[in-house]
Design a protein around this ligand. Structure first.
Ligand code: 13P
Length: 338
């Protein structure tokens, strides 16, 4: 392990004004996104769509530090024969790779899941490094309601995250550690705080046990927020306040950076929350975005599978990337959206 290299990579991933584009949707997930815009999902349409994002010069050069890829994409070539990884690198952005194999139902824990993919991971990481990946992602999914999560499922997921992170660091790949407490049900913000705090404490305890170097990771948490179906909504300030309080209680200051997932929030909500955290608080870590939906929803619908829409789709992507880049500096305001 070369810790200096890991730290340099982690710092680049959360560089001020920049964040990460999560473009690592599995084949099933991207199919459902394409269904929504009436586009058939084939290797070529997936390539065309992702290529348009990676060729958005202004967005990529100024606001995107790295891109999380899916296995298919890291091996794909642009229409002109350039490797997609080289298109990303041409803007001085880093290539990353999703390495988990997805969450599966956990035996004896009804309604709870554990993420799989540790077997053979060392060899897969070596192969991805050769393909150009300098960081990786593993997503644990924490289901939440009054009864869930159980201690057993949180422990199992934290253990897997820590085992993955150690293997990544051994291979000089920065692990994005993503314990995602879901946002889609009806729990209130207090319950989200309670569960997120517990999950983060267990995750950092497991990272410590597995001897993971915290300077060489990027944490990818959920924001502390009421579920999408909750009746009571919190203000932007309350989400920012509770999220920062939770992170300060759980994340050691040696962690280089934190990059949030968007989790199904609206584009503007995700940006506003990130901005408020950076504008209103002094923080020991760089705090930025690693958004999937909140960066891609606008360019995806604008593109709708048509070549003639590519410039407009790239403009839509640039706008979200710029707004979130400003939010990572605490310099965004709603007027800029006009
Ligand atoms: P969302 O921003 O759409 O939640 O996706 C981020 C991600 O990578 C989830 O694993």
């Amino acid at each position: 392990m070369n810790l200096d290299q890991l730290v340099a990579t982690a710092k680049a991933m959360v560089a001020p004004g920049k964040g990460i584009l999560a473009a690592d949707e599995s084949t099933a997930t991207i199919r459902s996104r394409f269904d929504a815009i009436g586009v058939e999902s084939t290797p070529d349409t997936r390539r065309d769509y992702r290529e348009l994002l990676f060729r958005s010069e202004e967005a990529m050069r100024n606001h995107i530090s790295g891109v999380i890829l899916y296995d298919e994409t890291i091996r794909q070539f642009a229409r002109d024969g350039t490797r997609l990884v080289d298109v990303i690198k041409s803007h001085s952005a880093l290539a990353g790779i999703k390495v988990d194999l997805g969450p599966r139902e956990m035996p004896f824990f009804p309604g709870e899941r554990v993420t799989e993919g540790l077997d053979g991971l060392r060899d897969r990481l070596r192969d991805y490094y050769v393909h150009g990946a300098r960081f990786a992602k593993w997503r644990a999914v924490i289901d939440i309601d009054a009864r869930r999560p159980s201690a057993g499922s949180v422990k199992a997921n934290a253990h897997a995250l820590a085992r993955y992170a150690a293997l990544c660091q051994e291979e000089n790949i920065v692990p994005i550690v993503e314990p995602e407490v879901l946002m889609d049900l009806d729990h209130d913000i207090k319950r989200c705080y309670e569960v997120t705090e517990y999950v983060l404490k267990m995750t950092f305890s497991a990272l410590y046990e597995m001897r993971v170097q915290l300077e060489g990771i990027v944490l990818k948490p959920n924001m502390v927020i009421a579920g999408r179906k909750a009746k009571v909504r919190s203000s932007v300030e309350e989400v920012a306040e509770k999220t920062i309080q939770c992170l300060k209680n759980t994340v050691p200051s040696t962690v280089t950076g934190i990059a949030f997932l968007s989790g199904g929030q609206s584009d503007i909500d995700a940006t506003a929350h990130l901005n408020a955290m950076n504008a209103l608080h002094a923080l020991p870590w760089n705090l930025t975005f690693s958004f999937g939906r909140a960066l891609q929803a606008a360019p995806q619908t604008t593109w709708a599978g048509k070549d003639e829409n590519i410039p407009a789709a790239q403009a839509a992507f640039y706008k979200r990337a710029r707004m979130n880049g400003l939010a990572s500096l605490g310099q965004w305001s709603p007027e800029l959206e006009a």
